[in-house]
Design a protein around this ligand. Structure first.
Ligand SMILES: C[S@@+](CC[C@H](N)C(=O)[O-])C[C@H]1O[C@@H](n2cnc3c(N)ncnc32)[C@H](O)[C@@H]1O
Length: 283
């Protein structure tokens, strides 16, 4: 049973949509209370409408950021789903290396982990590169991790993870090779961290001056957006993709309804797309 009025629900859902493009409606009343009741109390708000008003008026420094942190779901793990990382090692990286052999920048890779949460995804990508390329230190590999959640981006930049976080998908061989101890925690080592940089970024913002990227991971985030926003997002991502680039989505996500150029590629059982390489079907 919820104490929220329909005005509270409207105010919060509109705010969450405006801030993050996350699509909440009255079915999410339990989530509104679970995620935001502490902030309502902490910032002396009369109710949820008052909280939304304070955020919009930017009356309280840092409140907007705390709301974004509270409403986003930062669930992630190392080498999530495994198959995209197998596809990177066995198909995508070797093929891109062959293609780039003919270009002026034969040792340069640009990768974007869009909605990277606390960093496990971009660091896993960096480790997949290190698994595949033996002289990795002589390559120019930049992996950009972005997320809308300020606290997630801050943790990703530090690259420090506790025992429980390490236990979610990190195997002993990568742990030994790519981490250093920091008290009870573990930090991603300098070689892997030097390949990654992090920024706070809303995926609904224009992507001007970004790319071109050889590989984009955009996994388990579009599920929170409306179908129209999903379509706009993936078309924008295709716009910042290199001509022979790859886009990876989550294991339960499919883009085939976006058009013929979004024909799914099946490599190592991963869900990936090459929208600029897939010729539209002829009739
Ligand atoms: C479930 S996590 C997925 C993390 C990672 N991609 C993975 O698959 O493990 C979803 C992430 O999307 C981020 N997010 C939600 N809305 C966003 C937006 N509009 N722009 C950028 N990131 C967003 C959240 O902060 C959260 O960290």
């Amino acid at each position: 049973m919820t104490n929220l009025t329909s005005e509270d629900i409207d105010a919060v859902c509109t705010l969450v949509n405006d801030l993050c493009g996350i699509c909440w409606d009255e079915s999410k009343s339990y989530l509104i209370e679970a995620r935001l009741s502490t902030l309502v109390e902490q910032f002396d708000c009369e109710n949820y409408q008052d909280l939304a008003r304070k955020v919009r008026a930017e009356l309280v420094p840092g409140l907007k950021e705390q709301v974004v942190d509270a409403v986003t779901t930062n669930e992630t793990l190392w080498f999530r789903d495994e198959s995209p990382f197998e596809a990177l090692r066995h198909k995508v990286i070797p093929e891109l290396i062959d293609d780039k052999g003919k270009s002026a920048f034969s040792k340069r890779f640009r990768v974007w982990s869009a909605a990277c949460s606390t960093g496990q995804e971009p660091y896993s990508i960096a480790m997949a590169f290190a698994d595949t390329i033996s002289d990795i230190e002589s390559w120019d590999i930049q992996i950009l991790g972005t997320d809308i959640s300020p606290s997630a981006v801050a943790q990703a930049s530090r690259g420090v993870y506790n025992h429980r976080e390490i236990g979610r998908g990190m195997d002993s061989s990568h742990l030994k090779k790519h981490f250093v101890a920091r008290g009870e925690d573990s930090q991603v080592n300098e070689q892997i961290r030097s390949m990654c940089r992090f920024e706070q970024r809303n995926l609904h913002d224009p992507m001007t001056a970004m790319g071109p990227f050889d590989i984009i991971f955009c996994r388990n985030v579009a599920i929170y957006f409306t179908p129209e926003d999903q379509k706009r997002l993936f078309n924008n991502l295709a716009g910042v993709l290199a001509p022979n680039g790859w886009i990876f989505v989550g294991s339960s996500e499919s883009l085939s309804n976006l058009g013929p150029e979004w024909k799914a590629q099946q490599h190592c059982r991963s869900n990936c797309y090459r929208p600029k390489m897939t010729a539209p079907a002829t009739v």
